[in-house]
Design a protein around this ligand. Structure first.
Ligand code: PNW
Length: 490
């Protein structure tokens, strides 16, 4: 079981890496500059009426397209080992296809990478973080199997142009959010909302696209460029709401639908979609008179292509949900649907500390259980925590974020003590940014961005001082107080 250590100072192992992350659409701005093409998020934020909570856009955001040198100053000040950022596909390939490469787009990322390297910050590049070229969405986006080739063509250009200096690659950020939130619901662009069908087609295409790019790197670039490449999955911990076997099975199903759907094909020995996912969807499909399962099958060759196609397990983890089975909820979800297929109900525990984001609560023991479960299910793969963070409404004195980072890093240290092979930790996010449908109403930054100032001024929050000391000392000291911060900002 999980038991929070009371030790006040604990050390991270030698070689453990600390970083911070962002994503292109959330920080760059420069949405229509220097030949960039439109992405699905440019289209979404310019739709009338706006689907975004505060009606905002990423047109300018933190303007990292122009202020990247300032961003690198922040990285240096924090002392992070690496910075995880994403490349905007349509900045490199305005039409999505590899026929026309946009030189100013290449220049931007070359300048950013070189500036980081000059300051001893290791670049960690996410190839795809949700901003699909609109031109490809018109052709169905991630539901069109041809995207496997389009994505491979795009990734090849990044390896060719940046791979001499970039040694850490992530193919795709959070397939579940892309497929379920974007295609199975209207939570993310392109708001397709075709649940029970589209998210499963997307899932298979994403796994194949990821695997093709992994093998491209493995076969044609690794020898020369000597880097490492993997994928990141968003992993929520689902805790049974009671001790009944029904609720235990509901929690297993929720985990398998949420992240097992992507992790099992890549990280398990058997490969393919997990049994729970295949069985649930096949059963429901039959009941609903579909001639075959709505979950696309994988051929033996596809299973083999995907299995083992990641050098590390990238985990984005934020929170935990209670899970139960309720047979009387028959008719609660649309049919067919992803939620109905899963057959579990997820709720928040009101006693857990709540962030500004409704979905986010502080549950460090859930993070610990998740890491141990990943160790158990997938033979202890090398794990990079590629996102973890806390939202507030704003302000520089962010005690809630400090408590969250400290409790989650404590859970991480406990997992290391249990033999989990966690090699890196990434804070989300370096700076405040465009939080998708919630616009600028939720702040995740270690640094505040003053979006009302023409300079888009960046200022360190108290949590930035705390994180900086953790990185400097390679230790978690629960009693550390940054004196200078308190004098500066009283
Ligand atoms: C991530 N969950 O999404 C995204 O990668 C970021 O772009 C985003 O800004 C950040 O988290 C904060 O929302 C999430 O299931 C996906 O709990 C899933 C979850 C949380 C965040």
């Amino acid at each position: 079981g999980w038991c929070k250590r009371t030790q006040q100072i604990r050390s991270f192992p030698d070689g453990f890496l600390f970083g911070a992350a962002t994503a292109a659409y959330q920080i760059e701005g420069g949405w229509y500059e220097d030949g960039k093409g439109l992405s699905i998020w440019d289209i979404a934020t310019h739709t009338v009426p706006s689907p975004i909570k505060d009606g905002s856009t990423g047109d300018v955001s933190a303007d990292s397209y122009h202020l990247y040198k300032r961003d690198v100053e922040l990285m240096k000040e924090l002392g992070i080992d690496f910075y995880r950022f994403s490349v905007s596909w349509s900045r490199i390939l305005p039409n999505g296809f590899a026929d026309k490469i946009n030189q100013p787009g290449l220049d931007y990322y070359n300048n950013l990478i070189n500036e980081m390297l000059d300051n001893n910050i290791t670049p960690f590049v996410t190839i795809y973080h949700w901003d699909l070229p609109y031109n490809l969405q018109k052709l169905g986006g991630w539901t069109n199997p041809l995207i496997v080739e389009w994505f491979r063509d795009y990734a090849k250009i990044l390896f060719d142009r940046f791979g001499d200096r970039v040694k850490f690659w992530m193919t795709i950020n959070e397939p579940k959010q892309i497929c379920y939130e974007g295609y199975g619901s209207d939570l993310k662009a392109p708001f397709l909302n075709a649940t029970g069908i589209a998210e499963y087609i997307c899932a298979k295409n994403i796994l194949l696209a990821h695997a093709k790019v992994y093998h491209l790197y493995d076969e044609s670039y690794r020898k020369i460029q000597n880097g490492t490449i993997g994928i990141s999955l968003s992993c929520t911990w689902y805790e049974p709401a009671s001790d009944t076997s029904d609720d235990h099975q509901a929690a297993v199903d929720a985990r398998q639908f949420d992240w097992g759907q992507y992790a099992h094909p890549i990280f398990s020995n058997a490969g393919d979609f997990p049994a729970e996912v295949k069985q649930n969807i096949a059963l429901k499909s039959a009941e609903q008179s579909f001639p075959k399962s709505r979950l696309p099958e994988m051929s033996a060759a596809e299973v083999a292509l995907i299995r083992g196609s990641s050098d590390f397990f990238g985990i984005n983890s934020y929170t935990t949900k209670l899970t139960y089975r309720d047979a009387s909820l028959e008719g609660m979800y649309p049919v067919p649907s992803y939620m109905d297929d899963m057959g579990a109900v997820m709720i928040k525990d009101p006693s857990w500390t709540q962030a500004q984001s409704t979905w986010l609560q502080e549950v460090p023991w859930g993070f610990y259980k998740l890491l141990v479960e990943v160790r158990n299910l997938y033979d202890n793969p090398p794990v990079y925590i590629t996102e973890n963070g806390w939202s507030t409404a704003g302000g520089l004195l962010d005690e809630g974020r400090i408590s969250y980072y400290r409790s989650y890093l404590t859970a991480l240290l406990d997992a290391l003590d249990e033999g989990c092979d966690v090699k890196a930790y990434t804070a989300w996010s370096l700076i405040d940014n465009f939080e998708w449908k919630n616009g600028y109403t939720e702040k995740f930054g270690l640094y505040e961005v003053d979006f009302s100032s023409p300079e888009l001024t960046r200022r360190p929050r108290k949590s930035a001082h705390i994180y900086k000391e953790i990185i400097r000392s390679r230790q978690l000291n629960l009693n550390y107080e940054p004196e200078d911060f308190i004098h500066e900002h009283d």
